[in-house]
Design a protein around this ligand. Structure first.
Ligand code: SF4
Length: 161
């Protein structure tokens, strides 16, 4: 099973979704280069880790930030692995929807965006993306049982050294 190919297919789908949602909301979305408030020290699943590790390690100058409060790959306010940033970085801040415990749907968007009306047709379905990532994780763990369920992004470097 080619985890990397499956992951790239998912990324291509997510990019289409993100572009679509951004085009609907236009200037109301304020995500811009230089805004790094989303860039915290978060984790990714085994599937993303397996798919991204080699690509990120091959990038020159991709690490700088030793402050574990923010993302390891944040460099002077910019993402040093932008081409290979994980799924969460692609959708974070954009208008999204997801189910909550009582079965209802909640909507969310970066507080810096202009107030926007969110509905099913102008938001990204985060649950659907997470389901696909869960399948990718399952496949990666089946292929390599030594993988952990989740990794901090900085572990890509720690495990290489
Ligand atoms: S990988 Fe890039 S976009 Fe994602 S949190 Fe880190 S610096 Fe920010």
């Amino acid at each position: 099973m080619d985890i990397s190919h499956l992951y790239q297919t998912l990324i291509a789908q997510i990019e289409v979704l993100c572009t679509h949602v951004k085009s609907i909301h236009g200037d109301s979305i304020v995500c811009r280069a230089g805004c790094d408030e989303c860039c915290v020290n978060f984790t990714i699943g085994a599937g993303e880790f397996a798919a991204l590790k080699g690509k990120i390690l091959n990038l020159p100058e991709c690490s700088a930030n030793k402050d574990r409060g923010s993302c390891f790959f944040l460099k002077s306010g910019l993402c040093s692995i932008y081409e290979f940033r994980p799924v969460i970085c692609r959708t974070h801040g954009l208008p999204v929807r997801f189910a909550v415990d009582d079965g209802s749907v909640e909507y969310s968007s970066c507080g810096k965006n202009s107030p926007i009306t969110m509905n099913e047709s102008n938001t990204i379905d985060i649950d659907s993306i997470n389901e696909k990532l869960a399948i990718l994780n399952m496949l990666a763990l089946k292929e390599n049982p030594a993988l952990k369920e989740r990794y901090y992004l900085y572990e890509i470097f720690e495990q290489a050294n």
